[in-house]
Design a protein around this ligand. Structure first.
Ligand SMILES: [Zn+2]
Length: 342
């Protein structure tokens, strides 16, 4: 098969569009002919190299996949060759107490497709049958690939970790990011009030079109002062954080008394400070979040298939231009998901 792989860590130049062996299909697995694969920041971290994480080489990234079933291994009876599917991006043991409770993202053996396994920057990918989610007609492959990781992450952050209610006002940072566009839509679906941030006027307009009640420019506005003004001095109940060092202090200061900050990433750096007086005196909750459980993805996917949630696709690139696609993600010029068509 053709795949985009890297044989060593580095810049965009290490990505090679080349021949690679077809994946093996162990018992209980399904081989999927990839039609679309969306990018995530995780792909950039893998390529650059991570402290204390060994990425198998040569490596094929790609967690967000949609395509058609090419082969089913013996014993897999519920799916047929040719069926249109998208993939749940979390891989887990399937047998421990957390997996059996539908909390597979807490499994000790949890992995993300394309992280320490081979992912979807390829013509073929093999996954356990448990990772298959059949697609209804009318959902195209590009949109389907743009859905799973961002919406799963945002769902787990808002619904499970932060316990969102319709009484909450939510601050969503970086509306144009994968998590940002998903969090705006989920929070609005559950009738919360949403304040979203972005860097450019056209992104602010797009955040409003997605349902944000108010928008704040993080380049020209004073975030904390503007949020205070928009909430009559109170602050927000929930902050959806994934930016990290560049925004952390302001995110904490935007919280109302009893507010919850939920974070799933640190794109701008992970070293930050916390004034503990804010934490206890204002009774804040700081919540870490990583991916989500398959039941959460299935609930979100049901809303996607019914048209209530819709991933925003920024641009598509052919698989052979994966480096240009990653460059666009690194540039921050995108609004929504960047997708490889395969
Ligand atoms: Zn498990």
């Amino acid at each position: 098969m053709k795949a985009v792989r890297f044989h060593q860590h580095g810049g965009l130049e290490v990505l090679r569009h080349e021949d690679a062996p077809d994946p093996s299909v162990p018992p209980g697995s399904v081989l999927v002919r990839v039609r679309a694969c969306a990018l995530n920041h995780l792909d950039l971290w893998q390529r650059r190299g991570l402290d204390r994480v060994t990425i198998p080489m040569p490596h094929i990234s790609g967690a967000d996949v949609a395509g058609e079933i090419a082969t089913v291994s013996p014993g897999v009876t519920e799916y047929q060759v040719g069926q249109r599917v998208m993939l749940q991006p979390g891989l887990s043991c399937g047998r421990c107490a957390r997996c059996l409770a539908g909390e597979d993202n807490y499994c000790a053996r949890y992995d993300v497709l394309g992280y320490q396994s081979s992912g979807g920057y390829a013509e073929l990918v093999a996954v356990p049958a448990a990772n298959i989610i059949p697609l209804p007609d009318g959902i195209d492959f590009v949109e389907a690939a743009a859905f799973p990781l961002s919406f799963l992450t945002a769902w787990h952050m808002l619904m499970t970790r932060a316990g969102l209610t319709e009484r909450d006002t939510v601050l969503v940072l970086a509306a144009g990011s994968g998590v940002g566009q998903a969090a705006i839509q989920i929070a609005k679906f559950f009738r919360a009030r949403v304040i979203a941030t972005a860097g450019h006027a056209n992104k602010l307009d797009r955040a409003k079109a997605l349902g944000a009640d108010d928008v704040v420019s993080h380049t020209t506005d004073d975030l904390v002062a503007t949020v205070r003004k928009l909430t009559a001095g109170r602050g927000v109940d929930v902050v959806v954080e994934h930016v990290g060092a560049a925004t952390w202090d302001r995110s904490v200061r935007c919280l109302a008394r009893g507010g919850r900050l939920v974070t799933c990433g640190a794109t701008t750096g992970h070293d930050t400070r916390l004034d503990l007086r804010h934490l206890f005196a204002r009774q804040l909750s700081l919540l870490g979040s990583y991916m989500g459980g398959k039941p959460e993805l299935l609930r979100a996917a049901d809303l996607f298939f019914r048209g209530a949630l819709r991933p925003v696709v920024d641009r598509t690139f052919p698989l052979s231009e994966a480096a240009q696609a990653q460059q666009r993600l690194e540039s921050g010029a995108h609004f929504g998901k960047i997708v490889l068509s395969v």
